[in-house]
Design a protein. Sequence first.
Length: 282
Amino acid sequence: MNAPRPVQVIAVASGKGGVGKTNVSVNLSVALAQNGRNVMLMDADLGLANVDVLLGLQPRHNLSHVLNGEIGLEETLVGGPAGITIVPAASGVARMADLNPAEHVGIIRAFSELHRPVDVLIVDTAAGLHDSVISFCRAVQEVLVVVCDEPASITDAYALIKVLSRDHGISRLRVLANMVRGPEEGRSLFGKLTAVCDRFLDVTLDYAGAIPFDEYLRKAVQRQKAVTEAFPASPAARAFKDLARRADKWPVPGGTSGRIEFFVERLVGSGLGDRGMPSFPL
């Protein structure tokens, strides 16, 4: 009866870089925190950390220190805007970009040892089809694919969705249209992606909404601030707040899936799902 509520875990992914994925991760995290959620943001671009750069933070420790056995995950955590908690990645550490599957599993399992209250974990993955992206996307309950209206972005988003669905059994993903000129462009972009996925893949895509192209977002980046904090009345900030309200209604997990998962003890002990520990295929 006293088991902690299961943590909602969302991976933010993209087929290619340059589509604003980390900005989405940061601003979604801040907007959820502004709604009263206890939010943790993990920088999962392990060798090219940029969440701390985007927010002007200088963490003393990061996940490389955890993997080296120097400290525990709790000791890496730093505070961010609106009270979010950030798990920093390493920057310029080549080894971190080429971890083996067991090391990815070690990172994921480490979250189950955290005892602080967390309602939502946002995992800002690396761009593309790196092994770490697949590992983290398989370990979450929701995958949010960020795409913009460029041929390369759409093609690479399709490639990511194809790998996750065909090779790893992820049958439902959410799509966020970013840097669009209006709601119609966002819907049109989603339509382009769903048309090709419906033709070739057995996967369901849900439209998570759109974030407009906004000069205030660029100004916020220059100030190393989240636009939801620096310019809360801007079009982008309002869109992120709308996204947070929708994400807050996405279903929380109801037990384990049998794969490696973040906060698995809270899934097992929640009383919502499985009573026994699942198997953990790599």
